[in-house]
Design a protein around this ligand. Structure first.
Ligand SMILES: C[S@@+](CC[C@H](N)C(=O)[O-])C[C@H]1O[C@@H](n2cnc3c(N)ncnc32)[C@H](O)[C@@H]1O
Length: 263
């Protein structure tokens, strides 16, 4: 199927050519320069994770970024507290990009690290964050729907612009959030970001589908898996990525869902 625009076409995750995702075009469009939206998200997740570990005082822990794509900043945000971080990603093109970044990531990511370094937990890692990144980060190719096999494995987690940006199906959106949340251990702090009312997006030559969600759908998708969480719409309004009305960030803690049957 030619993927020109989402229109009425329904595209499930398995129907999309993820191998055609162009990580360089994606970085050029979204992350070559730090945008106001990402700076706002960085402040939110830096404070969420920082507050958690200041109170808990535990560590080191294992972290996962689901659908890491060509974005390193969720992993950078987990770095002070992790002795291992899994970048979990389906597209072989993005896996290639991430693998190449592990040894010595590109300079554009320094702007994102600098925002995090306004907080001591990050700043105290010293002048060479690349050394720490190289040591703790590993890349794993996989399908997030298969994360059911890894229940409660990770102690902190992120999933940015994935559940709503990989399908037009609301059922797959909810299942994507569920798979992410179930991969986390009870009490694990998490952060997830969502495009609001996205109509899909181009990366390089290719069009990728999205599922139209707002704050209420994001809240509903998380409710069974987190008792304590906040859903916030970003204040920054500029359109970084075409065809959406804003961005939504959820931060909270994984609950203990012993009574909820696995779907
Ligand atoms: C819009 S991009 C977001 C990338 C990155 N997390 C970010 O913040 O920019 C969506 C990502 O989800 C990945 N993806 C799509 N389906 C997936 C699946 N079933 N399992 C894991 N990753 C998937 C895509 O390859 C792509 O990297």
């Amino acid at each position: 199927m030619t993927q020109r625009s989402s229109g009425d076409v329904q595209l499930k995750n398995k129907d999309v050519r993820w191998a055609a995702f162009d990580p360089i075009a994606y970085v050029d469009h979204n992350y070559r320069d730090l945008q106001a939206e990402d700076a706002e998200i960085l402040h939110m997740i830096r404070d969420h994770f920082g507050d958690h570990f200041r109170k808990q005082g535990v560590g080191p822990v294992s972290g996962i970024d689901v659908g890491a794509g060509a974005n390193l900043y969720p992993a950078l945000a987990m770095m002070p507290w992790c002795d291992e971080i899994t970048l979990f990603e389906r597209s072989p093109a993005n896996v290639g990009y991430l693998t190449r970044q592990v040894d010595s990531y590109d300079r554009n990511w320094d702007q994102f690290w600098d925002v995090l370094c306004e907080s001591e937990a990050y700043n105290s890692l010293g002048a060479d964050p690349r050394e720490r990144f190289r040591k703790v980060v590993s890349v794993e190719q996989g399908d997030l729907f298969q994360l059911a096999a890894y229940k409660r494995q990770w102690s902190m987690g992120t999933m940015f612009f994935v559940a709503e940006s990989m399908t037009t199906s609301h059922q797959e959106f909810s299942l994507g959030v569920e798979r992410f949340m179930r991969a986390l251990a009870p009490g694990a702090p998490f952060a997830a970001a969502f495009m609001e009312h996205s109509k899909g997006y181009h990366t390089g030559e290719h069009f990728f589908p999205a599922c139209d969600v707002g704050e209420s759908e994001v809240r509903a998708s998380l409710e069974a898996f987190a008792d304590d969480f906040k859903v916030q719409r970003l204040e920054s309004a500029a359109e970084v990525r075409d065809g959406y009305s804003g961005m939504i960030v959820a931060c909270g803690w994984r609950n203990s869902d012993a009574l909820i049957p696995v779907s």
